[in-house]
Design a protein around this ligand. Structure first.
Ligand code: HEC
Length: 177
């Protein structure tokens, strides 16, 4: 016959074993926050749900950029809708370097980056496709490609907006639908 506190020893051990094996009340409590649906280190991720965007998809090869540089006429007309979309994209992706008016005076340039004025006569004389290719392929020297963020159609909207900044669109062109 066990005496005093020793009497509770065996029942307590039994209770602890039951709690430990059956995970009653989320025992052990010290790690119960760990048991959740999120992906843990070194655990294989769950398959992506259907129609979600794959992060390991292949990028379609566009072929040589000269093919686009030869396009003289933007296939997307410079409607107001196109220019508004182009302006938003330009302010997001291009203005940091080329400046809000495309003059090559964005905040990144001021930190010592190579300035390019998109309203210069040189860039004005480029084909629409040349500007488009710059967005899709990136620069020949150091400008990054925006193909992963800007779709083909959006890139043509940006080209329209650059033409507007260059003062190359007539009022009728801008308002035509
Ligand atoms: C990180 C800075 C940076 C950003 C952002 C940037 N550019 Fe550029 N861009 C440059 C530099 C530097 C050059 C010239 C050197 C080169 O070819 O890389 C250039 C050159 C160009 C040219 C060629 C001009 C010519 O006459 O040869 C075009 C067109 C152009 N950028 C358009 C854009 C557009 C449109 C965007 C936004 C989608 C954009 N750039 C975003 C840095 C940038």
């Amino acid at each position: 016959m066990l005496k005093g506190s020793k009497r509770y020893f065996i029942p307590i051990i039994l209770v602890l074993i039951v709690l430990g094996t059956a995970k009653v009340f989320g025992w052990p409590w010290s790690i119960d926050m760990w048991e959740q649906p999120s992906i843990k280190p070194y655990e294989l991720p769950l398959p992506y749900p259907p129609y979600s965007i794959s992060t390991d998809g292949t990028i379609v090869d566009l072929g040589p950029r000269q093919k686009f540089e030869a396009i003289t006429q933007n296939p997307v007309s410079p409607t107001n809708a196109s220019l508004v979309k182009g302006e938003n994209l330009f302010k997001t992706y291009c203005a940091p370097c080329h400046g809000p008016e495309g003059k090559g005076d964005g905040p990144v340039i001021k930190k010592g980056f190579y300035p390019v004025d998109l309203t210069s006569p040189g860039t004005q004389a480029r084909t629409d496709g040349y500007l488009y290719a710059y967005i899709q392929y990136g620069g020949i020297v150091m400008m990054p490609s925006y193909r992963e963020s800007i779709s083909s159609n959006q890139a043509w909207n940006v080209v329209n907006y650059v033409r507007k900044l260059q003062g190359k669109l007539t009022a009728t062109e801008e308002t035509s639908q």
